[in-house]
Design a protein around this ligand. Structure first.
Ligand code: NAP
Length: 460
């Protein structure tokens, strides 16, 4: 895949970039390793100081950065602004809380003293997706930099200007060379990086294929990996739910980022008693969206991230229909320039059919009717993925009981699955392993080193 900005609103190529040469990659790794020796010896206040400057620059450049996001991957401009604000909040969160999270943990022991110390491990590689070009990067980089690691970032090939803008922000905040380095390389070049002994661990957010490839390379080299992969999240509506509120959240949960969130609500599992009402109102809510330029604040439905993404999603809809699904709304490419697809609602997808197990990454909602709560839980869990999920009910205790039975990394009650700096993020099954954000986010790439003090005359 070429490394280039192609505006999905027009499908026109805006700017092309040259892949890093082998020499440039070697220099980047060597500089990172050298810088690690310095950075790992800095104190938490110095690390936090740098992160605060990064957050400040992000806020100061919010408009320009948001415009870059929208130009490169088509996100509605208000959502791009929201992403920059959230990203700055995450950076500040680790600046404010990193030292506390990383403090020595005393271990109760029968003799002497023991503590767990969070030591840095070295150069860590982050492979990041285009769907949240700033948020995904900072949730990887900020905890690592607080630990004392240094990072190499390989961003998605369709958002090179965002990738470079983040590196610029770190440089402008005073980061020394090698602390944060962007690599302009294609996905296929990643696995070989794991063979380099100077790269100690890697994190990838993206598709299962990319995740499996990175994990295999990490495994071969006995290195730790964290994987944040796809999802097919269930959005369960029980008969005692507030249907109007559930419909509004269903719309937000499906259409945020034009449906291109790993934790988007993708399977709407509604109990029979309220299914007609929910479906009628949901289809109405998804209808008549103002289609247009994502840079225009009035636009409600922008393009997908790329023409390839739109072609792939349209093909998934076609296959679903060929397999018996019914189109309640949309279903087609929009007849205009750009990577557009209609807001779509499907019903009648057969549980267990191949398409029922696929992630549809865009504005396509699949609605399923089920008899009752038990059937809803069974269907929610009938997925190779295990990322997030939602339960809508007016009985919070019931919602918690249902949440307990959903086999995913995150379940939200009366809200679509979403993110905040303090909430751990990650999945199980084919959605990956490990957690980002919150206090758990600093645990993944720290060496939890035991330091034990014994008396010289203690027994063995
Ligand atoms: P993708 O194709 O896997 O791309 C993600 C990153 O992986 C890009 O930087 C890509 O580089 C790189 N890559 C591609 N092939 C690779 C390989 N063989 N080895 C190593 N790296 C490789 O994913 P996407 O389609 O852009 O992103 C959408 C997917 O990400 C969806 O499945 C979504 O659910 C998932 N996602 C998950 C989370 C989460 O936190 N769980 C968050 C956001 C997105 P190139 O661009 O150069 O190919």
């Amino acid at each position: 895949m070429a490394i280039a900005t192609v505006n999905p609103f027009t499908n026109e190529t805006v700017k092309c970039f040259t892949e890093d040469t082998a020499e440039r990659i070697e220099r980047a790794i060597a500089t990172a390793e050298t810088e690690f020796k310095n950075w790992s010896r800095t104190g938490y206040s110095e690390r936090a100081g740098l992160l605060r400057k990064v957050a400040g620059i992000m806020r100061a450049r919010k408009k320009e950065l948001a415009t870059l996001i929208t130009t490169e991957m088509g996100k509605l401009i208000a959502e791009s602004v929201g992403e920059i604000e959230l990203s700055a909040a995450i950076v500040d969160y680790y600046a404010d809380n990193g030292e506390r999270f990383l403090a020595d943990q005393p271990v109760e022991t029968q003799r002497g003293e023991a503590v767990i110390r969070h030591s840095p491990i070295g150069v860590v590689l982050g492979v990041e997706p285009w769907n949240f070009p700033f948020y995904q990067v900072v949730r990887f980089a900020s905890p690592n930099l607080m630990i004392g690691n240094v990072v190499l970032v390989k961003h998605a090939s369709i958002v090179p200007q965002c990738a470079i803008a983040i590196e610029d922000i770190f440089r402008d905040a005073g980061a020394p060379p090698g602390l944060y380095t962007n690599l302009l390389i294609p996905g296929r070049a990643v696995a070989a990086l794991l063979d380099d002994h100077r790269i100690r661990a890697a994190s990838l957010t993206g598709s299962e294929e990319a995740g499996a490839s990175l994990a295999a390379a990490a495994g071969k080299n006995l290195k730790k990996s964290v994987l944040e992969l796809g999802g097919n999240d269930a959005f369960i509506v029980l008969e005692d739910a507030d249907i109007d509120k559930a419909v509004e959240w269903a719309y937000v949960g499906r259409m945020n980022n034009t449906g291109q969130c790993c934790v988007a609500a993708k399977r709407f599992i509604v109990v029979d008693a309220v299914a007609d009402e929910f479906i009628g109102k949901f289809v109405a809510r998804m209808s008549h969206l103002k289609v247009g330029d994502p840079l225009d604040a009035g636009t409600q439905l922008g393009p997908l991230s790329s023409e390839e993404a739109a072609v792939h999603l349209a093909d998934q809809v076609r296959r679903a229909v060929a397999d018996g699904a019914k189109v309640l709304l949309g279903g087609k490419r929009i007849d205009r320039k750009g990577a557009f697809l209609e807001a779509t609602v499907l019903t009648g997808i057969k549980p267990g059919s191949p398409i029922s197990y696929e992630e549809m990454f865009g504005p396509v909602a699949a609605v399923y009717r089920v008899a009752d709560e038990r059937a809803a839980i069974t269907l929610a869990n009938d997925s190779p993925y295990g990322l997030g999920g939602s339960v809508f009910t007016n009985d919070i205790e019931r919602g918690k009981r249902v949440a307990d039975q959903i086999d995913t990394g995150m379940v939200f009650i009366n809200h679509p699955t979403w993110t905040a700096p303090e909430l751990p993020f990650g999945g199980v099954k084919r959605s990956g392993y490990g957690r980002e954000l919150s206090g758990l986010g600093v645990e993944e790439f720290a060496n939890k080193k035991l330091i034990r003090v014994s008396g010289l005359n203690d027994p063995f």
